[in-house]
Structures are given as C-alpha cells and as structure tokens.
Design a protein. Structure first.
Length: 171
C-alpha cells in the first residue's frame, strides 16, 4: 500500500514522463518537416519510450492501492533553433529527469517504502543509459556544428543508432 506522500510523488513523476514524451514528439515533428528522417525516427522512438516509462509508473501506482492521475500537460515548443540546440535541450531534459528520479528515490527512503524504492531502481539505471546516449549524440553534433553536409551524415548516424536499439537492446 502506498502512502499519500509516495502516491503524490509517483503521480508527479507520471507527469514528468508524459511531458518528456510530448517534448520528444515535438522534436520528432520539427526534424521530420525539415527532412531529417534519422533524427525524426530517433525522436519518435524516444517519445514512445517515455510513454512506456509513464505507463510502467501508472500500473505500479494502481497495483499498489493508489490511483494514477492523468493530468494536463505543458505544450512543448514547436521549434528548437538548431539541431545542436535541440540535442542540448534533450540532454538538459534528461539531466532534469534524473534529478527528479533521484528526489523520488530519496523520498522512498524517508518514507521507508522499500518496495517503491526497489521498483525505482529500474529508472535509476535507465537514466544512466539515457544520459550517456544523449551525451554521445551531443558530442557528435558539437563536432559537426551547423555544416549542411555534416548534418546529412549525422542524420544517417542517428538512423543507425535507432536501428541498433530496435534490433537488440530494447526493453
Ligand atoms: Fe523517462
Ligand atoms: Fe528519458
């Protein structure tokens, strides 16, 4: 059974994951309308993953005697400046999410809720991976800058990353 504090904190995280899904969907659209197919595929896939993170929390809350809330969401921006800016935004967003997961883990210890603490470890590992991936892509794009030919190659690189994660390691 979840305490009210834990239930509220998990519901807050449900909103964070849902908003992440929205932000990445908006990034997918921005990349797609400019013809960057690889980046668009990456962002669509990432958006789906965030929805999966959200659903996992929703089911946990409901199964543990709480009630998951489906809240309204902040409208994400439609444009992201440059690809470099967009991937910087993505990286900063993931760092923010990691902080939010860490705060949540801290609350479970204060509340002595070890079941939720255990459940959240999946999110702790997931954030390590997502930050590493975002950092990796950011390093690549920082090398390229806004060079058109470089961006074309970068788009192909990102397509490879999507293909790799679809063929093997996806949870
Ligand atoms: Fe997430
Ligand atoms: Fe994420």
């Amino acid at each position: 059974m979840l305490s009210k504090v834990i239930e509220q904190s998990l519901n807050d995280q449900i909103r964070v994951e849902a908003e992440s899904s929205q932000v990445y969907l908006a990034m997918a659209c921005w990349a797609e309308v400019q013809g960057f197919e690889g980046v668009a595929q990456f962002m669509y896939a990432h958006s789906d993953e965030e929805r999966m993170h959200m659903l996992k929390l929703v089911k946990f809350v409901n199964e543990r005697g709480g009630h998951a809330r489906v809240s309204d969401l902040k409208e994400p921006p439609a444009k992201f400046g440059s690809f470099k800016d967009m991937f910087q935004t993505l990286f900063d967003h993931e760092v923010m999410v990691s902080k939010s997961i860490n705060d949540l883990v801290h609350i479970t210890l204060q509340e002595k809720d070890y079941a939720t603490h255990n459940f959240l470890q999946w999110y702790v590992s997931e954030q390590i991976e997502e930050e590493a991936l975002a950092r990796n892509i950011l390093d690549k794009i920082n090398l390229i800058g806004d060079d058109k030919g470089g961006l074309y190659l970068f788009d192909n690189d990102v397509k490879q990353i999507v293909a790799q994660s679809a063929s093997g390691t996806q949870e």
